[in-house]
Design a protein around this ligand. Structure first.
Ligand code: ATP
Ligand code: MG
Length: 497
């Protein structure tokens, strides 16, 4: 008989939130079971119960008929369960092999590590994945995509019967996604139990066999993947039909004069980049991960030094030395990495949202708490951030709701914005909220703001933007209007050498 993992009547509450309520389902060996649901639906909480990081208030997990009450991650691992988290857990200062074998280094009884053995075994795993990295590379120096792959190799190495992935592809390039999917198919052939969490619906149809949908902590439906449709799945998740997101957008039809002109920009990472952003225009930046789009944004925003070229804002040549200078002139950047470049996790939603406008919220030497709270509540409403209050620590929000908080910060009505740069704004955001984010981007354009919209999701960047710039290897390799753009021609430009 095959392996079976069961969740039985699981309940879990956090202060102010019932994260899971009476969730029961089974996942079989030899199948990939998807967990889907809106941001805050309870997916990661369920996986943390499986991994022994959290204990359920009621209910239990049962594995091959045996009831399990994991008191620690160690116990779960020892039962053959590996969970790959939404947030990376690697130690950046250590190298690849030390990270992969962290919990059981090959060595002798005295605890002396056999480094050549360690290296050999790590190389074997790297070869199985076909990745261009070395066992001795320091993890902190690897690209985010490769760091994520190290995380996956670490779980693979343990040879677990159950492997759970929480949004594994969010930081991966197409190349790594192909490697990952090949691996997942292998693991499935071997009869393992695979749980897979993702907001990318196309992936769900590509790689999973069954789908479990959670909504507000309850299981609403399960599907056999081949027997359902995208529309039906979205309706189960969101609770209503969202229709054709792109066709329903109310767009800006008055694109104005030039707002930002970039000519022959050169930095350490980008070469000879020239483009114009107009008032009310949504200018998309498409390309593969690592194409240099974030680096263009950073140069404009005064983070990375500009070696040569010209940046003109409303006709006047500017060269910002720091983000502070750029912000003072009405340029806002909503960064791609919400953790490293943005949120203060220990602070509340309110503190995080109001950070850039604190000086406006002062009354004499005091902060105007009421206005602060109002502004934060507005962000929570606009982006449907799932939280009991604006006092909640950002750390306690689900991944997607953290992403919404950073969007809320950089798009608050108190900020006078001329140019809004959004770098991967919908990463980890659920399908219903994505549609709302697109409409908000169009609304900014209607107000005359020029929007730079960087996204690795081809469909979204092609359908939301008025015009699209394609980058590859630090160069611009193509420009098309929305009407001219197809996934094929843009991909071809994105891969041009
Ligand atoms: N440590 C915690 N303290 C308080 N509340 C928490 C904590 N962890 C999770 N929550 C809450 O539990 C709910 C479920 O969160 P969870 O992270 O499981 O959502 P998710 O389905 O993984 O969402 P996403 O798609 O955004 O990752 C959310 O409302 C979240 O704020
Ligand atoms: Mg999550």
């Amino acid at each position: 008989m095959g392996q079976v993992l069961e969740f039985v009547n699981i309940y879990k509450a956090f202060p102010g939130v019932q994260a899971l309520q009476d969730v029961s389902f089974r996942a079989d060996g030899g199948k990939v079971t998807a967990l889907m649901g809106e941001n805050g639906a309870g997916k990661s909480t369920l996986l943390k119960i499986l991994s022994g990081d959290l204990r359920p208030d009621r209910g239990h997990v049962s594995f091959n008929g045996e009831v399990k009450h994991f008191m620690s991650p160690h116990q779960s691992l020892n039962s053959g369960i590996s969970v790959i988290y939404q947030e990376r857990q690697l130690i950046n200062s250590m190298n690849v092999m030390e990270n992969i074998f962290l919990e059981d280094m090959p060595g002798n009884k005295l605890g002396i590590i056999n480094r050549s053995e360690l290296k050999r075994r790590t190389q074997e795993i790297i070869d199985a994945f076909g990745l261009p990295i070395r066992p001795t590379d320091i993890v902190g120096n690897l690209s985010v995509a490769h760091q994520q792959m190290v995380e996956i190799m670490k779980a693979y190495r343990r040879d677990s019967a159950v492997i759970a992935f929480d949004e594994p592809t969010a930081p991966l390039t197409d190349k790594e996604i192909t490697i990952l999917f090949k691996l997942i198919r292998q693991l499935r052939e071997q009869g393992r139990i695979i749980l897979y969490v993702s907001h990318r619906i196309a992936e769900i149809f590509q790689i999973t066999d069954e789908i479990v949908v959670l909504k507000d902590g309850r299981l609403v439906r399960t599907f056999n993947t081949p027997e359902t449709t995208e529309r039906e799945l979205v309706r189960a998740m969101v609770g209503r039909d969202i229709g054709d997101t792109y066709a329903n957008l109310k767009r800006n039809d008055k694109i104005g004069e030039a707002l930002l002109e970039v000519k022959n920009l050169v930095t350490d990472y980008v070469h000879d980049v020239s483009f114009t952003l107009r008032r009310g225009e949504i200018l998309g930046f498409a390309g593969l991960i690592g194409a240099g789009r974030t680096e263009v944004a950073r140069a404009i925003f005064g983070v990375d030094p500009v070696h040569s070229g010209e940046i003109k804002l409303e006709g006047e040549t500017v060269r910002f030395k720091s983000p502070r200078d750029a912000i003072a002139r009405g340029i806002m950047l909503c960064p791609e990495d919400r953790k490293e470049q943005g949120l203060i996790l220990q602070r509340s939603i309110r503190d995080n949202v109001t950070m850039p406008v604190l000086s406006q919220l002062r009354k004499g030497i005091f902060l105007d708490r009421k206005s602060e709270t109002a502004l934060a509540k507005e962000a929570v409403r606009k982006y449907s951030i799932r939280t009991p209050s604006v006092e909640m620590q950002v750390m306690q929000l689900s991944g997607g709701n953290q992403q919404k908080t950073i969007l809320g910060r950089w798009t608050s009505e108190k900020i006078e914005t001329k140019i809004l740069i959004l770098d991967e704004p919908t990463k980890g955001i659920d399908v219903g909220t994505k549609a709302e984010v697109y409409q908000m981007v169009c609304d900014f354009a209607k107000q005359g703001i020029g929007v730079i919209f960087i996204s690795s999701e081809l469909t979204e960047v092609l359908n939301v933007s008025d015009n699209i710039i394609v980058m590859h290897n630090g160069h611009i390799t193509g420009r098309v209007s929305r009407a001219e753009a197809t996934e094929e021609n843009v991909l071809e430009m994105a891969m041009r050498i």
